[in-house]
Design a protein around this ligand. Structure first.
Ligand SMILES: [Zn+2]
Length: 428
């Protein structure tokens, strides 16, 4: 562990990993940092728990008690239906017959262990995470099981997303952004908590651990295929998963693990909220400022609500614009009825339920096949970012986490919020 450095995508400056760094110190345009693993070999350590089997491509200093990892298998039913000879499904979720044990049924369960494993054990500060749902559920579950203190901030409308198959430990504190608050207000509230002493931000797309955790999907796919996929399909909200997939491909290539071809990215969004599709298709290198009311209305009408980030890491160096350019990638717009049909098709042929977001990715794959953008013999990796939730709900007891405090949008935007937070958090 610790055999990696961080390198700025823009200027190339290198840093030792201090477990928390999110940015380059040089005065230049915004840029992501990327992890460079000095050992440069790809080994799967089956004796480590869950996704930590990819530990030598994770920036972690310790492993945690987790059971989830991506599971890649070669499709027969869906592949036959789409007339593809080499369709591989990267399944993230709960499907015991396939050894898939993500009990939160979402690939966000790849982010939390990696982010938390990057921080040394017994670090005195508490991590603060703002989420609209899946990410929060994964952090709450992993922190609770591993007794890691967490402050989680969620819009009150999404509180039902925070559940686990085990009762929550007191180390997890949930704060709701209530009233007319949305995800953006939750992010603002989390930002206020971080101003207090004793708390640090999770960091979002800028946290290399978050991206390298999600990047294990491509590692798993390449290992199962014995090569780099020709095509990679995934639905995106912020696009962080797409960036992670591309970085994973680069790592395998640069380290000489697999050297065949370029992995083409096929990323998708759910119409009517498709700001990344629009920006990319219009050739915009800079992401436009979105009109709030119009966006909220579009989000209200989409089936895969988790894909609703209004401020994606698009223009930042190493972000979505750069990876789509480098991979000669394609963006797809998938309508609600196509999503529903794709979900039905998947369950019919593969015999497990998938999330609407995974239905978006499958809708894009169907479009690509119809357009002839994917050849019958090509190696296709389709990332099912969430599945088996219905199975979890049927087979397990489900526990929900109640908010300890609520702040409405007026309070969140008031001058006195920081001192209020200080008082209540001191008492926890
Ligand atoms: Zn730099």
């Amino acid at each position: 562990m610790g055999r990696h450095i961080l390198r700025c995508v823009y200027c190339g400056k290198e840093y030792e990993d201090d477990h928390f760094r999110l940015n380059c110190d040089e005065n230049h345009e915004p840029s992501l940092l990327r992890t460079v693993y000095k050992n440069g070999t790809f080994t799967i350590k089956e004796d480590l728990p869950g996704m930590f089997k990819f530990e030598n491509y994770l920036p972690v200093v310790r492993t945690l008690d987790v059971s989830g990892a991506p599971v890649t298998y070669k499709s027969e039913g869906l592949a036959h239906n789409l007339e593809l000879k080499n369709l591989y499904i990267i399944f993230n979720g709960y499907w015991p017959e396939r050894n898939a044990f993500m009990e939160t049924a979402s690939f966000k369960e790849l982010e939390a262990p990696s982010v938390l494993g990057r921080v040394p054990e017994n670090h005195p500060e508490t991590i603060v995470v703002a989420s609209a749902g899946n990410t929060g559920r994964a952090f709450a579950d992993i922190c609770s099981k591993n007794r890691i203190p967490l402050i989680l901030v969620i819009p009150e409308a999404n509180i039902d997303e925070i559940w686990s198959c085990e009762p929550f430990n007191d180390c997890v504190v949930l704060i709701a952004a209530s009233g007319n608050s949305d995800y953006t207000d939750a992010i603002k509230l989390a930002g206020k908590i971080i101003e207090l002493e004793g708390y640090f931000p999770e960091g979002g797309a800028k946290n290399v651990a978050r991206r390298d955790g999600m990047a294990t999907t491509v590692l798993d796919a390449a290992h199962t295929m014995g090569r780099i996929p020709d095509h990679y399909f995934q639905a995106i909200g912020s696009g962080t998963g797409g960036i992670a997939a591309w970085e994973s491909y680069l790592r395998l290539k640069e380290d000489g693990v697999y050297t065949n071809g370029v992995m083409k990215l096929h990323l998708s969004q759910n119409y009517p909220f498709i700001p990344i599709v629009d920006a990319w298709n219009e050739g915009k290198e800079t992401f436009p400022e979105l009109e709030e009311e119009k966006s909220k209305d579009a989000i209200h009408h989409m089936r895969a609500k988790v894909l609703s980030n209004r401020k994606p890491p698009y223009s930042i160096r190493g972000g979505i614009w750069d990876i789509l350019t480098a991979s000669s990638g394609t963006m797809y717009s998938v309508k609600n009825d196509e999503v529903a049909e794709a979900q039905r098709l998947f369950e019919n042929y593969e015999e497990i339920d998938i999330h609407p977001a995974a239905g978006v990715a499958l809708g894009a794959l169907i479009q690509a096949v119809e357009r002839g953008a994917v050849g019958k013999d090509d190696y296709v990796a389709f990332n099912v970012t969430g599945g088996g939730e219905r199975r979890v709900m049927q087979e397990k007891d489900i526990y929900y986490l109640e908010p300890l405090f609520r702040f409405n949008d007026r309070e969140i935007n008031s001058e006195s919020i920081v001192s209020k937070l200080k008082d209540i958090l001191l008492a926890v």
